[in-house]
Write a new protein. Structure first.
Length: 107
C-alpha cells in the first residue's frame, strides 16, 4: 500500500515539474516571438535612425540566443556540462574573432 502511495507522490511531483518546465518554455517562446516582432517593427517603421536600429537588433538577437541555449537546448539541466562548455567556448571564440577583426579593420 505504501509503495503505491509513494508512486503517486512521485508521479504528481514529475507532472508538476514537467508542467512548470512547459510553462517556462512557453513564456520563453512568447518572449522570442515578441523580440522578433520588435525587430521587424524597428526596421519596417523607419522611425529610428539606423545607428540605433542595428544595436537594438543585435541586443535582441543575443537575448534570443541566450533563451535558445538555456531553455530549448536544455543547457540549464544537469549532465549538460560538457556540451554547454563546448558551446559557450565556441561563442567566446567567435566573440574574440569578431573583436580581433573589428580591431584590425578600425586600426
Amino acid at each position: 500500500m505504501t509503495n503505491n502511495t509513494n508512486t503517486n507522490h512521485v508521479d504528481s511531483f514529475e507532472k508538476r515539474k514537467k508542467k512548470e518546465e512547459m510553462k517556462k518554455q512557453l513564456i520563453s517562446f512568447a518572449l522570442m516571438i515578441g523580440f522578433t516582432i520588435i525587430a521587424f517593427i524597428a526596421v519596417a517603421a523607419d522611425v529610428m535612425e539606423p545607428m540605433f536600429v542595428v544595436p537594438l537588433i543585435l541586443i535582441l538577437a543575443v537575448v534570443q540566443v541566450a533563451f535558445q541555449f538555456y531553455y530549448f537546448m536544455h543547457m540549464k539541466d544537469k549532465d549538460h556540462e560538457m556540451p554547454a562548455t563546448l558551446m559557450y567556448g565556441g561563442v567566446w571564440a567567435a566573440a574574440l574573432t569578431l573583436a580581433g577583426l573589428i580591431l584590425i579593420v578600425w586600426w
